[in-house]
Design a protein around this ligand. Structure first.
Ligand SMILES: [Zn+2]
Length: 111
Protein backbone atom coordinates (compact mmCIF):
# COMPACT_ATOMS: atom_id res chain seq x y z
CA UNK A 1 0.00 0.00 0.00
CA UNK A 2 1.21 3.49 -0.81
CA UNK A 3 0.12 6.53 1.10
CA UNK A 4 0.63 10.03 -0.22
CA UNK A 5 0.26 13.10 1.98
CA UNK A 6 -0.06 16.41 0.19
CA UNK A 7 -0.67 19.86 1.60
CA UNK A 8 -2.57 22.26 -0.65
CA UNK A 9 -3.41 25.88 0.05
CA UNK A 10 -6.20 27.80 -1.65
CA UNK A 11 -4.78 31.03 -3.00
CA UNK A 12 -7.54 32.94 -1.21
CA UNK A 13 -6.36 31.43 2.09
CA UNK A 14 -3.01 33.19 1.88
CA UNK A 15 -3.42 36.14 4.20
CA UNK A 16 -0.03 37.73 3.82
CA UNK A 17 3.73 37.53 3.75
CA UNK A 18 5.90 37.47 6.84
CA UNK A 19 9.48 38.72 6.84
CA UNK A 20 11.67 37.59 9.75
CA UNK A 21 14.96 39.22 10.69
CA UNK A 22 17.81 36.67 10.79
CA UNK A 23 19.55 38.68 13.52
CA UNK A 24 16.88 39.37 16.17
CA UNK A 25 13.97 37.20 14.88
CA UNK A 26 11.58 40.18 14.77
CA UNK A 27 8.78 39.55 12.32
CA UNK A 28 6.83 41.95 10.14
CA UNK A 29 3.58 40.74 8.60
CA UNK A 30 2.35 42.32 5.37
CA UNK A 31 -1.34 41.51 4.80
CA UNK A 32 -2.36 40.72 1.21
CA UNK A 33 -5.67 42.56 1.69
CA UNK A 34 -3.80 45.80 2.38
CA UNK A 35 -1.71 45.39 -0.78
CA UNK A 36 1.42 46.39 1.05
CA UNK A 37 3.85 48.02 -1.35
CA UNK A 38 6.23 49.51 1.20
CA UNK A 39 8.24 46.54 2.36
CA UNK A 40 11.06 47.41 4.72
CA UNK A 41 14.60 46.67 3.54
CA UNK A 42 15.92 46.91 7.11
CA UNK A 43 14.71 45.38 10.35
CA UNK A 44 12.61 47.91 12.29
CA UNK A 45 14.02 46.54 15.55
CA UNK A 46 17.80 46.12 15.04
CA UNK A 47 18.36 47.76 11.61
CA UNK A 48 19.83 44.55 10.12
CA UNK A 49 19.68 44.60 6.31
CA UNK A 50 16.90 42.23 5.31
CA UNK A 51 17.58 42.64 1.60
CA UNK A 52 20.79 43.57 -0.20
CA UNK A 53 20.25 46.84 -2.05
CA UNK A 54 22.26 47.04 -5.29
CA UNK A 55 22.77 49.84 -7.76
CA UNK A 56 21.34 48.84 -11.13
CA UNK A 57 22.89 49.65 -14.52
CA UNK A 58 20.34 52.45 -14.91
CA UNK A 59 21.61 54.11 -11.75
CA UNK A 60 18.60 53.19 -9.62
CA UNK A 61 18.92 51.24 -6.40
CA UNK A 62 16.96 48.21 -5.39
CA UNK A 63 16.80 44.57 -4.47
CA UNK A 64 15.53 42.12 -7.09
CA UNK A 65 14.09 39.88 -4.37
CA UNK A 66 12.30 42.78 -2.70
CA UNK A 67 10.76 43.81 -6.03
CA UNK A 68 9.68 40.21 -6.72
CA UNK A 69 7.98 40.02 -3.31
CA UNK A 70 6.09 43.23 -4.15
CA UNK A 71 4.95 41.67 -7.44
CA UNK A 72 3.90 38.52 -5.57
CA UNK A 73 1.85 40.66 -3.15
CA UNK A 74 0.06 42.33 -6.09
CA UNK A 75 -0.66 38.95 -7.70
CA UNK A 76 -1.96 37.45 -4.44
CA UNK A 77 -4.25 40.43 -3.90
CA UNK A 78 -5.58 40.10 -7.47
CA UNK A 79 -6.12 36.34 -7.16
CA UNK A 80 -7.80 36.62 -3.74
CA UNK A 81 -10.93 37.86 -5.50
CA UNK A 82 -12.75 34.96 -7.19
CA UNK A 83 -12.32 35.32 -10.95
CA UNK A 84 -15.39 35.15 -13.18
CA UNK A 85 -13.35 33.47 -15.92
CA UNK A 86 -12.15 30.57 -13.75
CA UNK A 87 -14.37 27.71 -12.59
CA UNK A 88 -11.47 25.52 -11.43
CA UNK A 89 -10.18 25.19 -7.89
CA UNK A 90 -6.61 26.50 -8.07
CA UNK A 91 -4.36 25.67 -5.15
CA UNK A 92 -0.70 25.91 -4.22
CA UNK A 93 1.01 22.74 -3.11
CA UNK A 94 3.33 23.00 -0.14
CA UNK A 95 6.32 20.71 0.28
CA UNK A 96 5.90 18.20 3.08
CA UNK A 97 8.33 18.81 5.93
CA UNK A 98 7.93 22.57 5.83
CA UNK A 99 11.08 24.32 7.05
CA UNK A 100 9.33 25.99 9.98
CA UNK A 101 7.73 22.72 11.05
CA UNK A 102 11.08 20.93 10.82
CA UNK A 103 12.75 23.58 12.97
CA UNK A 104 9.87 23.42 15.45
CA UNK A 105 10.14 19.65 15.60
CA UNK A 106 13.92 19.87 16.19
CA UNK A 107 13.52 22.45 18.96
CA UNK A 108 10.93 20.21 20.63
CA UNK A 109 13.29 17.21 20.39
CA UNK A 110 16.14 19.13 22.04
CA UNK A 111 14.12 19.90 25.18
ZN1 LIG B 1 16.30 42.53 13.61
Amino acid sequence: MTTEVRTLVDIGDISGIEVECPQCSSKVFYPVAKGSERLLSQCPNCNENLFIINRNAGGTQGSLTLEQIKVLMRILKFLAVPAVDCTANVRLQVENGIKGHTNLARSMENK
